[in-house]
Ligand binder design. Structure first.
Ligand SMILES: Cc1cc2nc3c(=O)[nH]c(=O)nc-3n(C[C@H](O)[C@H](O)[C@H](O)COP(=O)(O)OP(=O)(O)OC[C@H]3O[C@@H](n4cnc5c(N)ncnc54)[C@H](O)[C@@H]3O)c2cc1C
Length: 467
C-alpha cells in the first residue's frame, strides 16, 4: 500500500543512514556478533554523521527537530539490513534514553550531557531491572541514601542494554520506603567510585548488543545528578513508556516487512520441481496474507508516530502498537521461515535469505523491555483496570498456563500414538521448551543451565531446533 507518512527530508535521511549502515555496520557485523559487543566508535561515527540526538536543540549541537519520523527512518533501516544487534544500541540511545534527558534535565545538566549524547562520546543506558525485580518495577532494591551533597548508591542491575558501553546510566533507585513514591532516577557516570560492570550476558541472539550486569557499591553520586525531583522516578518512567513502546513497534513492523521481502525474493528465485517455489499456490496465499497484515499494521504504527509527534499518543495505544506489532513480527517470521531451506544459517545484509537468527531475535526484541504483561495492563487501563492491580491478570495467566499444559499433554499423547519414541521425545522436549519460555520471562533468552546435563537441552532455542 502506498505510504504518505514520510516527507522528502525523511526519505533523504533514511537513504543517507542506509548508506551509513551498509558501509559502517554490515561489513563488520558478524565480527561484532562474535565479539558480543559493538565498538564505541559506531556511536561516534553515527554522531558525526548526524544520526544521534536529532531532537536535541541546536544550542547543544543537536538536529533541533523533534519529529519521531526521523527516529523511525533509522529504526526501519536497521531492521531492513538485519543488523538489529548493533542497531539496538543506537535506537535505545535515541528513542528511549534521550527523552529522559530532554524532559527532566536542568539547563546545567543539559549543558553537561547533551553535546556528548549528540556526538556519541557519551553513550546512554537505562537501568531499571534487577536480579529480583523485572515486571514488578516497584520492587527494586537499589538504594540511594542522601549523605550531604551526595547520594550513596548500593545495589545491582541486570539485563542492561548498552551496559558495557554506557557512560551515562539512567538508574532507578530507592530514595524512600513507598514502593512508588520512594523511587527516583539518578545518572550514574562511567568512572564513579564503586560502579562496576558485571558479565556481558551471553544471549541467544542480538549478540553484538552488550546486555550487561551492573553493580554499585557505595557509589557517591552528586545530588546534581538527580533527574527531576526526588520521588518522581516511577511516574517519570511511566511517562516515557509510550515513546519506548512506539520505537519497539516501529522496529517490529519493519522486521516483519524485511522477512516478507526477503522471502518474496527468495521464492521468486528458488526452483523446485521445474518451477519457482513462489509459483505454487500455497506460497502465494501465505505471502498475500502476510503482505496484507504488514500493510494494515504499518498504517496503525504510522498513525501512532503522528500522535506521538503531536503529544497525543496514549499509553494504551502505544501498548496496543507494541503488542500487536511484535506478535505480528513473530507470526510473519514463523510463516516465512519454512520457505527457506537455509534457515539455520546466520545471514545478514539486504538481500539475505531469512534465517533462524531473525526468528530468535524476534522473541528477544519484544522481551527486551517491560514485557507483554505491562502492555496488557496499559491497554486495559482506559477500561477501568488499575495498572497496579495485577491480580486479575495473574489469575488469567495461571488459567492460561494450565490450559496450555493440558493441550500440550493431549497433543503429545496423540503424537505418541502415531510416531516412534525418538520423535515423541523431541516433541515433548519442544513442548517443555515452550512452557519454560512462557514461565521464565526473559530468562529463556539466555543460556539457562539446569542441574542435569541432559536437561540443558530444555533451553528455548534448543527446544525449538528439535522441531
Ligand atoms: C535483551 C534484553 C534487554 C534488556 N534491556 C533492558 C534495559 O536496557 N534496561 C532494563 O532495565 N531492563 C532491560 N531488560 C529487562 C526487561 O525489562 C525485563 O526482562 C522485563 O522487565 C521482565 O522482567 P523479568 O525478566 O525479571 O521477568 P519476570 O518479572 O520474572 O516475569 C517472568 C514471567 O512472569 C510473568 N509475570 C510477571 N508478573 C506477572 C503477573 N503479575 N501476572 C501474570 N504474569 C506475570 C511475566 O510476564 C513473564 O512472562 C532487558 C531484557 C532483555 C531480554
Amino acid at each position: 500500500m502506498q505510504r504518505n507518512h514520510f516527507e522528502a527530508e525523511h526519505e533523504a535521511f533514511a537513504e543517507s543512514f542506509r548508506a551509513f549502515v551498509d558501509k559502517a555496520i554490515v561489513p563488520n557485523y558478524m565480527e561484532w556478533e562474535k565479539a558480543g559487543i559493538s565498538p564505541r566508535e559506531i556511536f561516534t561515527e553515527a554522531g558525526r554523521s548526524g544520526f544521534l540526538g536529532m531532537a536535541v536543540p541546536e544550542q547543544y549541537g543537536g538536529g533541533g527537530v523533534d519529529d519521531f519520523r526521523f527516529n523511525q527512518a533509522l529504526d526501519e533501516q536497521i531492521a531492513m539490513a538485519g543488523v538489529t544487534g548493533s542497531g539496538l544500541g543506537i535506537t535505545l540511545h535515541n528513542d528511549t534514553c534521550l527523552p529522559y534527558f530532554l524532559t527532566y534535565c536542568t539547563d546545567e545538566q543539559k549543558k553537561r550531557w547533551l553535546p556528548g549524547i549528540v556526538s556519541g562520546e557519551l553513550i546512554t543506558a537505562v537501568a531499571m531491572t534487577e536480579p529480583g525485580a523485572g515486571s514488578d518495577l516497584s520492587g527494586i532494591r537499589t538504594s540511594a541514601k542522601r549523605d550531604g551533597d551526595h547520594y550513596i548508591v548500593n545495589g545491582s542491575k541486570t539485563f542492561i542494554t548498552n551496559g558495557i558501553n554506557a557512560d551515562l546510566v539512567i538508574t532507578a533507585v530507592r530514595t524512600g520506603e513507598d514502593r512508588h513514591k520512594g523511587m527516583s532516577l539518578v545518572i550514574i557516570e562511567r568512572g564513579m567510585d564503586g560502579f562496576e560492570r558485571g558479565r556481558n550476558l551471553d544471549k541467544l541472539g542480538l549478540h553484538s548488543q552488550d546486555t550487561a550486569e551492573l553493580s554499585f557499591a557505595d557509589v557517591p553520586v552528586p545530588v546534581e545528578n538527580l533527574l527531576g525531583a526526588e520521588g518522581e522516578g516511577f511516574p517519570q518512567l511511566t511517562q516515557k513508556l509510550p515513546q519506548e513502546r512506539t520505537s519497539i513497534a516501529v522496529a517490529a513492523v519493519a522486521e516483519a516487512r524485511a522477512a516478507f521481502e526477503n522471502t518474496l525474493r527468495y521464492v521468486q528465485e528458488r526452483k523446485a520441481f521445474g518451477t519457482t517455489i513462489g509459483s505454487f499456490q500455497n506460497t502465494k496465499f501465505v505471502l498475500a496474507e502476510i503482505a496484507t497484515e504488514v500493510d494494515v499494521a504499518q498504517a496503525f504504527i504510522d498513525r501512532c508516530v503522528d500522535l506521538l509527534n503531536a503529544g497525543e499518543l496514549t499509553p494504551a495505544d502505544a501498548a496496543k502498537a507494541k503488542w500487536w506489532s511484535t506478535e505480528l513480527q513473530g507470526r510473519v517470521i514463523d510463516r516465512c521461515l519454512p520457505a527457506h531451506g537455509r534457515g539455520f544459517i546466520h545471514a545478514i545484509g539486504r538481500n539475505r535469505p531469512l534465517s533462524l537468527n531473525a526468528w530468535v531475535e524476534k522473541h528477544i526484541f519484544p522481551g527486551a523491555y517491560p514485557p507483554t504483561l505491562g502492555e496488557m495492563m496499559a491497554i486495559l487501563e482506559p477500561y477501568g483496570f488499575s495498572v497496579l492491580d495485577v491480580e486479575n491478570l495473574r489469575l488469567h495467566y495461571a488459567t492460561t498456563l494450565r490450559h496450555w499444559l493440558l493441550r500440550f499433554e493431549h497433543a503429545a499423547d496423540r503424537v505418541a500414538a502415531m510416531f516412534d519414541d525418538r520423535f515423541v521425545r523431541a516433541w515433548r522436549l519442544y513442548l517443555a521448551g515452550s512452557v519454560a519460555a512462557f514461565a521464565t520471562g526473559s530468562l529463556q533468552l539466555f543460556q539457562v543451565s539446569f542441574a542435569r546435563p541432559q536437561d540443558n537441552a530444555i533451553s528455548w532455542t534448543r527446544a525449538h531446533l528439535y522441531q
